[in-house]
Design a protein around this ligand. Structure first.
Ligand code: FMN
Length: 654
């Protein structure tokens, strides 16, 4: 067979293990961890599906090695408790039986351990342990690890490594990056010790080397040991790539695979998990440079989801292995689609951070484009319907498309009607924003999957009450979405106003100065793009906060971008749109303040004041079939995540 991506599909031998391809699944902390730190069955199923999806290796994340000093957060595994070996063995087994190699990440959070989360007194009485005595920015006290404790931690790594091997793991990943304990020792930003663990580069590498030696002693020769490091800490006081190369050289004799990531969590998530504002593969240069200085195989990671790009990385020798985290949350079958030359079916990660945000907020997993996430235990095989039904889907946005795709996979006879000439619904507006282009392309991918599953798609066809009755569907899914909210503000119907949803069709009409009227997620993202185009942008928002609808992980990164590209005016209510801009009232100014009213200047005004459900259309269709389900924005204005999730479940219920 001639493979489209031969280098990605090529086996690689690391230590004495051969991995059947070079696409590895990166550590992604589980959410189903028992209270005493064992891998729960849902997490096992999560890892198993990444193996079934074809990854060469699947890394089980964040196994804590020394609970005494790393009380840590709720998702850490604790191998010291009863049952942990059984849970780990079942998980390694679940991965191994699909041909992927199970790997276990061993970590210690050091001064950033979240022991306060496991502190039952909630008094923040437990302290953290790091290289030196210090107080963290959040006020938590850190104590310097004594040499006795260092020795205990080192030997704990060895003990846990032995247990992991016993459980059936075929590789171990020692986490030495992202600002955790080993990274804290490597970095002179964190490490000010004056003993043999601090000062010179050799001394700062000592802890890592002692740990690697202890692990080697436990697992024996030939067993692959991987070391994850940040190639550069990517902030001024941290270590840079040049020092990263020298660290790699120090560690090389003790490892079989060097995994080069970037940044530290303590500076935000945008470097460790490259955001949509960064280029895909933005860390590859770090791996490529380090690879020139070492002879062990090198892995790269960070925003990778395009097989052509990943193929080039391996083919050109920039790295030997590519790791993916979010791309395999979005589509666990990505590696298999690559090996089977079905790359056009890959559902790409949008880097929207829903996965990271949901874990932090609700301790669950969610993914915008993959509704099965977190519930892999229920099985990813689509159950065929007992009776083939005639299904009509009204609306070709993401929810409607996913509902149609799922219903067709169940064997139903599915027709999807879209009123407009192009499918995609609200996703169409994303095509103007390069950093959200994948969100726009999502509709095309869902369309392709739906059509291959047998869905008939009729564009330019509106589902009215009469149409639905005539069609005679057994099941009707109403996915007609929402429409922009344009309140009766004087001048908002003027020629100089562009509704944000239509910006993609009107970008060439936008003048050099712009007022973006509305600072929700859509307004903020449009403002960033206009700023990137060199326009002078004023962003006006009545509330005192921008983008409250953005997730807690995306929002801080979004705000950083906005600050670069727009002048922000929160607490300003737009009163009237004129040819010169938007007349606003400062809601915090006293009545007699002469600056209470101010004109935000702009030749063009972008109206980004929110969306409203198409409730009139919805109510006209509610009797359109024996089974009716309203999904997505048509039910309640919300996220693409919810639209896709509801579409999937509506189709499963038919
Ligand atoms: C939901 C989620 C959980 C993660 N948990 C861990 C973890 O437990 N340990 C770790 O070292 N990295 C963790 N990461 C970071 C990833 O391994 C990876 O470094 C990062 O997501 C960048 O890769 P990507 O751009 O392919 O997503 C996590 C990432 C995600 C998205």
């Amino acid at each position: 067979m001639k493979r489209n991506f031969p280098h990605l599909c090529q086996p690689i031998t690391i230590g004495n293990i051969t991995f059947w391809n070079r696409m590895f699944s990166a550590p992604m902390g589980g959410t189903d961890i028992t209270n005493d730190g064992c891998i729960g069955p849902k997490s096992t199923a999560f890892y198993e599906l990444r193996a079934k999806g074809g990854a060469g290796a699947v890394t089980v994340s964040e196994c804590m090695v020394h609970p005494k000093t790393d009380g840590s957060h709720a998702y850490h595994l604790d191998t010291t408790v009863l049952n942990s070996l059984a849970a780990a063995t079942y998980t390694a087994d679940a991965i191994r039986r699909h041909g992927a190699m199970p790997s276990l990440e061993l970590s210690h959070s050091g001064m950033f351990a979240g022991t306060y989360m496991t502190d039952k007194t909630r008094q923040k009485e437990m302290h953290q342990w790091g290289p030196v005595d210090t107080v963290r920015a959040d006020g938590v006290k850190v104590k310097a690890l004594t040499k006795e404790l260092i020795a205990e931690i080192v030997s704990a790594y060895g003990e846990v490594a032995g247990l992991a091997k016993r459980a059936g793991f075929e590789m171990l990943l020692i986490h030495g990056g992202h600002g955790w304990l080993i990274n804290q020792f490597l970095s002179s930003y964190f490490n000010h010790r004056t003993d043999e663990y601090g000062g010179s580069l050799e001394n700062r590498c000592r802890l890592a080397i002692e740990i690697l030696k202890a692990v080697r002693q436990a697992v024996g020769p030939g067993f692959p040991i991987e070391f994850r490091m940040s190639g550069s800490e990517l902030f001024d006081e941290g270590y840079d790539l040049e020092e990263g190369c020298r660290i790699a050289q120090q560690l090389e004799p003790y490892i079989d695979l060097l995994h080069v990531s970037a940044g530290t969590y303590q500076r935000g998530f945008g470097d460790t998990h490259p955001s949509m504002f960064k280029s895909h593969g933005c860390n590859v240069y770090l791996a490529a440079e380090i690879k020139k200085h070492v002879s062990v195989p090198v892995a790269t990671i960070g925003g990778l989801n395009d097989p052509a790009q990943m193929e080039e990385i391996i083919a050109s020798g920039k790295a030997d292995v590519v790791y993916m985290a979010r791309a395999l949350l979005a589509d666990p079958y990505l590696p298999r689609k690559v090996t089977e030359n079905r790359e056009d079916e890959i559902v790409r990660c949008l880097r929207c951070f829903t996965c990271m945000a949901e874990r932090a907020v609700t301790s669950t997993r969610r993914c915008t484009v993959n509704p099965l996430i977190g519930r892999e235990i229920e099985g990813d095989e689509i159950r065929p319907a007992a009776i083939r039904k005639k299904v009509l889907v009204a609306g070709g946005g993401p929810g409607g498309l996913y509902a149609a795709y799922t219903a067709a996979r169940r064997g139903h006879d599915v027709t999807l009607c879209e009123k407009e000439t192009e499918i995609g619904g609200i996703l169409k507006s994303e095509q103007a924003l390069p950093f959200k282009h994948e969100m726009y392309e999502l509709a095309g991918t869902y369309r392709l999957l739906a059509e291959r599953a047998g869905v008939k798609i009729l564009t330019g066809t509106e589902v009215t009450k009469a149409f639905a009755e005539d069609f005679g569907a057994d099941a009707l899914i109403i996915a007609v979405g929402s429409k922009p909210l344009v309140p009766p503000i004087p001048g908002l119907d003027g020629d100089n106003v562009i509704v944000v949803n239509d910006y993609y069709r009107n970008a060439d009409r936008v003048g050099d100065t712009v007022v973006v009227f509305g600072g929700g997620l859509a307004g903020c993202e449009c403002a960033i793009h206009l700023g990137q185009q060199g326009k002078k942008v004023h962003l006006v928002e009545m509330r005192d906060m921008l983008a409250p609808d953005a997730s807690i992980r995306h929002r801080p990164l979004l705000l950083k971008e906005i600050e670069k590209y727009a002048e922000i005016h929160t607490g300003y209510q737009g009163l009237e749109v004129t040819a010169e801009g938007v007349l606003c009232r400062n809601l915090h100014a006293e009545e007699d303040d002469p600056d209470r009213q101010i004109l935000m200047p702009g030749e063009t005004v972008i109206c980004a004041l929110g969306q409203r459900s198409r409730s009139d259309v919805v109510s006209s269709l509610l009797d359109g079939a024996p089974f009716v389900r309203v999904i997505g924005d048509a039910a309640k204005v919300s996220t693409i995540t919810n639209a896709v999730y509801q579409g999937y479940h509506a189709a499963l219920d038919i």
